[in-house]
Every structure is written in structure tokens, then in C-alpha cells.
Design a protein around this ligand. Structure first.
Ligand code: ATP
Length: 444
């Protein structure tokens, strides 16, 4: 894991937030490449969940949330983790994550056994709206994106005129004051979620739970996650929320252990019923055909953006060997991102930077590709070194403009380039006019 964390900082995927002030625990900033990777992931999720379907629409809800909404959802009273203090080193710890030795609970920091009783700690961040400081001005930063979907259910239904089953999707920030943020970005205090609430008739719930579990596994395969490192946990009754009739956790084998990426849960009509009770408003559905009025049930695939980015990074990291400029084998770090997810799709290199004809042609090729994908131009250093720098950030394609390209080795090779594949390191000769289609077909 250290290698991955260090690569993330060195190449600009992920930085500690407020680093120059000593860092803010459990909060992270995405650098230039991390931002591209994260955007690619979110855009692909949106494409698959919203644009490719007729039955899902989007929402972008606010982060600041009315306390009554989170009271109704149960978050104000029960969104807690059990916390204990270590009296020896004063660490605050999650009671369910204590180390245990010979049947005795211990502090994982100092090994101390003098621990307080566990008490519930609410994970929500509370803030103040407006100038006055009184209980009526309390607002919360949302602990999940889902609740704004339930609160806006009626508005979205009215404007979209969807028939059941249909879904409302949202990508956005969520905040949890985790007692122990850890494992790099895995457990953060500020993170993003990609959530779908898929509303249905009660009798469709269990089938749709199975359907969405399958769809979501397919999604992870499509973004390049190795299926062998994905696991499905059928959450047993005792560990499920009392209102859920079935929950699956999709887990990934991180270097620090098997951990949840996404929960797919059949939540019945619990959330809508809670908001009906608390707001006094009708949040139901009228079936034109059967003339029935009822509160829909919901199946929720809820994924973490940051956890998926971390899984993409862990899954892509690889080391193999490749020859250096003198032909000596050296270790190569290569991020084997699926081309769909790769932050940069193609790097463009003039073979030599002091040959004007090569540089001018390379700039033209860059301009040609730029309107179709994220490209990177690099003219500094030996070509092998330039390839290696791109391998390390997972750029799947490299295009080199050489003397053949500008017609110095015969007319038949004019306007052709070498296209190098990151994984096989094989190079093929491709006509510039075919480049866009050759690369685009692999990154879509
Ligand atoms: P965990 O048990 O790991 O705390 P959870 O079951 O509380 O997670 P959910 O409430 O189901 O998580 O949230 C849905 C998704 O949001 C999770 O599968 C995860 O991907 C993401 N998520 C939740 N908490 C965090 C966090 N602190 N940091 C990053 N991502 C998170």
C-alpha cells in the first residue's frame, strides 16, 4: 500500500488536504490526474445509469440539509458508531475496531487496556444557518446523497412523468465525522457517493435487488476491475437495517483487506413512509392502469466514488520489466487502467525536440486528437523515458512522430506514426488519418 500512496502523491493523483498546514485528518484533495480519473469514473457511471436508460433521471441535491429531513430518516437519532477512549494514550477509537489479545480488548495505538465504556457518537457534521445561534438554526451536511432523492421524490415524479419502475440518480458529496479515518482515502470524512434510488411496486423488490446486483458487478468489470478481486456479501439478517428485506455488499480485495465498495439494498418503502409521516405530505404514486394509489418500494445501489477510485488505482498498479535506453532490463511501474478510465488517453511525442518539422507535425497530431480525448504532449528527454513516465500514470497509447512521418524515409510512410501500446509495449505503424478512430474505439 505504501508504494501506491507514494505514487499517488508523486504523480499527482491524491494529496493530503491542507498539507502545508499539517494536513486535515480524513480529508483528501485530488491532483491533476486524480481529478481526471475521478471524472472519468463519475461520467461513466452517469452514462450507464442515466443516459443509456429510459427509466432513470438525475438530481443534484443540496449538501446543507433540513434537520427535520434527517430526523425523519433516522440519522439524527441513530446514525452513530460506538466510541471508546483509551485512558492511557487518550486516543478516540471505534469500539468495533479494537485490537483483541487473549480475549481482552486493547488500544490499537498503544496496547493499553484501560478503555472507557462504549458510547454512541453521531457521525453527522452539524452547522449553523444564518447569524443567530439557536437550535432553530441547525443544519447538517448530508451524511448520504439518498435523502434528498426521497425528499424530492414527488417533484421529480411530477416533472418527469415516469412510470414505475423508475429511478432517480445522484452523484455528490457526503460527510461523516468518522471516529477513525484510515486506509488512505478508504474511510474519509468528506467523500462522494454515486447513488441510485430505483422505485418499484412492492412485488418487484426482490427481483430488482438481484437485477441491480448483477448490473453493478458488470459495471465494475467494465471499468476494468478484476472480477477475481470482487466479492459479494449477502448481508445476514442480524447485520441488515431492520427495514431492509435484502442487502448485498460488493467488496474489493484492497491491499489492507476485503472491504465494501458498494451496498445494494432493498429498502422497502421505509424512507418514503418516514418522510410522509414527518412532513405530512403525500409522497405516493398513482397507477393509471390499475387506478391504485400506493407508496413505492425502493432498491438502492449506493457506491462510493473515492473507494472506487482507490480500487481502480490498486487494481491497476503493476510492476514488470522493460529495457532502458541501453537495452538493460529495469523495473517498470505501470498503471494498467482500462483505457476508459485512464486519466490521459494518448501521449504525443516528437522523436526529437530540436527538429522543427517533427515538433510542428506532433503539435498538429495533438490538435487533431484533442477534440476527441484528453491528450498530453511531451518533448523532453529520451523517448524511452517519456514512454516510462506515461506508463507510470497509465496512459494506454503513445504516438511518436518520427522521420518517417515527415516523409524522410520514403513517400509510402509519410503521414504515418508509431502507435505504442502501454501493456504489450508493441508498436505499430498507423496512418494519421486513422488515429482518431483506432484510439477512440478503445476508450469509449
Ligand atoms: P462502512 O460500513 O464501510 O462505513 P457503510 O455501510 O456505512 O460503509 P453506506 O452508508 O452503505 O456505507 O454508504 C454507501 C457507500 O458510500 C459505501 O459503500 C462507500 O463506498 C461509501 N462510503 C461510506 N462511508 C464512507 C467513508 N467514510 N469514506 C469513503 N466512502 C464512504
Amino acid at each position: 500500500m505504501e508504494k501506491i500512496v507514494s505514487l499517488c502523491k508523486r504523480r499527482g493523483f491524491i494529496f493530503q488536504a491542507s498539507e502545508i498546514y499539517g494536513g486535515l485528518n480524513g480529508v483528501w484533495d485530488y491532483g491533476p490526474l486524480g481529478t481526471e480519473l475521478k471524472n472519468n469514473l463519475k461520467q461513466y457511471w452517469w452514462k450507464v445509469i442515466v443516459h443509456d436508460r429510459d427509466d432513470v433521471v438525475g438530481l443534484d441535491g443540496s449538501i446543507l440539509t433540513h434537520p427535520a429531513a434527517l430526523k425523519a430518516s433516522g440519522h439524527v437519532d441513530t446514525f452513530t458508531d460506538p466510541m471508546v477512549d483509551c485512558r492511557t494514550c487518550k486516543a478516540r477509537l471505534r469500539a468495533d475496531q479494537l485490537a483483541e489479545k487473549h480475549g481482552t480488548k486493547q488500544c490499537p495505538n498503544c496496547g493499553g487496556k484501560d478503555l472507557t465504556e462504549a458510547r454512541p457518537f453521531n457521525l453527522m457534521f452539524q452547522t449553523q444557518m444564518g447569524a443567530s445561534v439557536d437550535p432553530a438554526s441547525i443544519a447538517y451536511l448530508r451524511p448520504e446523497t439518498a435523502q434528498s432523492i426521497f425528499v424530492q421524490f414527488k417533484n421529480v415524479l411530477d416533472v418527469s412523468r415516469k412510470k414505475l419502475p423508475f429511478g432517480i440518480a445522484q452523484i455528490g458529496k457526503a460527510f461523516r465525522n468518522e471516529i477513525n479515518p484510515r486506509n488512505f482515502t478508504f474511510r474519509s470524512r468528506e467523500f462522494e457517493q454515486m447513488e441510485l434510488e430505483y422505485f418499484c411496486r412492492p412485488e418487484q423488490g426482490m427481483d430488482l435487488l438481484a437485477y441491480w446486483l448483477k448490473e453493478r458487478i458488470r459495471f465494475y468489470e467494465e471499468i476494468g476491475i478484476n472480477r477475481k478481486r470482487l466479492h459479494i456479501l449477502d448481508v445476514p439478517d442480524k447485520d441488515r437495517a431492520f427495514y431492509s428485506k435484502g442487502t448485498f455488499d460488493i467488496e474489493y480485495e484492497f491491499p489492507f483487506g476485503r472491504q465494501e465498495l458498494e451496498g445494494v439494498a432493498y429498502r422497502t418503502d421505509y424512507d418514503l413512509q418516514q418522510h410522509i409521516k414527518s412532513s405530512g405530505k403525500t409522497l405516493d404514486y398513482f397507477d393509471e392502469e390499475t387506478k391504485e394509489r400506493f407508496v413505492p418500494h425502493v432498491v438502492e445501489p449506493s457506491a462510493g466514488v473515492d473507494r472506487t477510485v482507490l480500487a481502480l488505482i490498486c487494481d491497476a498498479y503493476d510492476e514488470d520489466s522493460a529495457p532502458d535506453e541501453k537495452g538493460k532490463m529495469e523495473t517498470r511501474i505501470v498503471m494498467r487502467f482500462h483505457p476508459r478510465m485512464a486519466p490521459i488517453k494518448c501521449a504525443v511525442f516528437p522523436l526529437l525536440k530540436n527538429k522543427e518539422a517533427l515538433v510542428a507535425k506532433a503539435r498538429k497530431v495533438q490538435a487533431l486528437l484533442r477534440s476527441h480525448m484528453n491528450v498530453f504532449y511531451d518533448e523532453g528527454g529520451a523517448i524511452g523515458r517519456r514512454y516510462r513516465r506515461q506508463d507510470e500514470i497509465g496512459t494506454p497509447f503513445g504516438v511518436t512522430i518520427d522521420f518517417e512521418t515527415v516523409g524522410e524515409k520514403g513517400e509510402e510512410l509519410r503521414d504515418t506514426v508509431t502507435l505504442r501500446d502501454r501493456d504489450s509495449m508493441k508498436q505499430e505503424r498507423v496512418a494519421i488519418k486513422d488515429l482518431v478512430e483506432t484510439i477512440s474505439s478503445k476508450i469509449r
